[in-house]
Write a protein that binds this ligand. Sequence first.
Ligand SMILES: [Zn+2]
Length: 94
Amino acid sequence: MAYTWEPKWEPFKVSVAGMVFTTCRDRVTGLIACPICIHAVSKCLGGSQPPSYQYENSFFFTVDDLISHLKTYHLRGWHRRIEKIASKAREEEE
Ligand SMILES: [Zn+2]
């Protein structure tokens, strides 16, 4: 027996710790998708699909799980970049 899961995405607004963004949530299971991994803009927000995009399936039961995924998986690179810019700015000030 084949088992397939056909998600019925609907827009889902996340507002936590000063962060506000909209991603997709499955109407049936309640699973919340990572907006970056599944490209929420085209999946459930009516935007167009980019010609080439590295889709990944990342779904979470709670907003907390999604946030920790965003922090560890997507924001780490940004933090490093911001730190680099900040330390460069400090050097120039000295
Ligand atoms: Zn992700």
